[in-house]
Design a protein around this ligand. Structure first.
Ligand code: GUN
Length: 291
C-alpha cells in the first residue's frame, strides 16, 4: 500500500505557485487576490477559512477575510457579495458553506460573479463543467484529480465508485471522473443513502472516493484488493485526550482498508491540503484569464 500524500503534493504545488507569483511581480503584473466570506462561528468553517488565508500568505497572494456575524440578513450578505463583484482588486472569492439556516444558499451562490467564482459553485460554472468547457472546477474534486495525476494513477476505463452526492464533492467528482480527459474516462457509479447493495458495488470498484461524512463508513470487507481509495471525510469526534477536545475521523476505516488497497489518502494530510491548493490555482487562473 502506498500513501497518496496530499500534504507533500500540496507543498510542491505551493512552491510552483510561489514561483509564478514572483515571476508576476518581476513583470509588474497584478498579485492574485482571494477573498473569503465567513458567516458565523462554525468551528470547522473557521479552521478551513483560516487555512485558506494562511495558504495565500505562503504563496504570496493577497487575501481578505470578511467575517460576518451569524445573524446577518440575507439582504446584507447579498450587499457584501455585490461589493466583491464590483471590486476590481478581488480576482476570486468564496463564500464558505454551510450558511446559517435563515439564508438561502442557492440565492447567494447565484449572486456570485461567475468570473470570480473560484469555488466553481455558480450554476453557470457547474454547467460549463458538465459540458467539459473551460471553467473553475470545484476545489475538492479538482484537488483529488490532481492527486491522482501527480501519483500517475491510471483512471481510463476503470470503475470509479463515488460515495455521496453532495454538490461540493460527490456530484462534481462523478462528473470529473467520467469526462473525456487524461485523468477521467472512468465508468462511474454514484452511490447515496438510498443505494442498494452498496457493499457489492464498492467491492467491484477500482477507485473509491468516500465523501459521505460518516466516520469509518468504508470497511475492509467492502474493498477489493489493489483498489485506490480516496477519503474525503473529516468528521470531528469528541476526544478528551486531545488539546482541541476532538480528533478528526475520515469516511474510511484506515486500518482495515489500507491493508487491502494499492493507494490510500491519510486523514488528515490527504484531500484537505489538495482542496486548498486547487483554490489557489483557480485564483491564479482567474487573474490570468482577465489579462
Ligand atoms: N464547505 C466545505 N467545503 C467547502 C468548499 O470547498 N468551499 C466552500 N465555499 N465551502 C465549503
Amino acid at each position: 500500500m502506498q500513501l497518496l500524500d496530499g500534504l507533500s503534493v500540496s507543498k510542491t504545488i505551493k512552491l510552483e505557485l510561489k514561483e509564478q507569483v514572483e515571476k508576476r511581480k518581476s513583470e509588474n503584473k497584478k498579485i492574485p487576490h482571494l477573498a473569503a466570506v465567513l458567516v458565523g462561528n462554525n468551528g470547522a468553517s473557521q479552521t478551513y477559512v483560516n487555512a485558506k488565508v494562511k495558504a495565500c500568505n505562503e504563496v504570496g497572494f493577497d487575501s481578505t477575510l470578511i467575517h460576518l456575524t451569524e445573524d446577518i440578513s440575507e439582504h446584507d450578505l447579498l450587499f457584501e457579495i455585490e461589493k466583491l463583484n464590483l471590486n476590481p482588486d478581488i480576482d476570486g472569492y468564496i463564500v464558505q458553506l454551510p450558511l446559517p439556516q435563515h439564508i438561502n444558499e442557492k440565492k447567494i451562490l447565484l449572486a456570485i460573479d461567475p468570473m470570480k467564482d473560484v469555488d466553481g459553485f455558480h450554476p453557470e460554472n457547474v454547467g460549463r463543467m458538465m459540458l467539459n468547457m473551460k471553467t473553475f472546477l470545484p476545489a475538492t474534486p479538482m484537488g483529488i484529480i490532481t492527486l491522482l495525476e501527480r501519483n500517475n494513477i491510471e483512471t481510463s476505463g476503470k470503475h470509479a465508485v463515488v460515495l455521496g452526492r453532495s454538490h461540493i464533492v460527490g456530484l462534481p467528482m462523478s462528473i470529473l471522473l467520467q469526462r473525456n480527459h487524461p485523468f477521467g474516462n472512468c465508468t462511474v457509479t454514484l452511490c447515496h443513502s438510498k443505494t442498494k447493495n452498496i457493499e457489492e458495488i464498492c467491492k467491484s470498484a477500482d477507485i473509491i472516493i468516500a465523501a459521505v461524512g460518516i466516520p469509518e463508513f468504508l470497511r475492509g470487507d467492502m474493498v477489493k484488493a489493489g483498489a485506490v481509495v480516496v477519503d474525503v471525510g473529516i468528521t470531528r469526534v469528541n476526544d478528551a485526550s486531545k488539546k482541541s477536545g476532538f480528533r478528526l475521523l475520515g469516511d474510511v476505516n484506515f486500518e482495515e482498508v489500507s491493508s487491502k488497497c494499492s493507494f490510500i489518502t491519510p486523514v488528515p494530510g490527504g484531500v484537505g491540503p489538495m482542496t486548498i491548493v486547487s483554490l489557489m490555482q483557480n485564483t491564479l487562473a482567474s487573474v490570468e484569464h482577465k489579462e
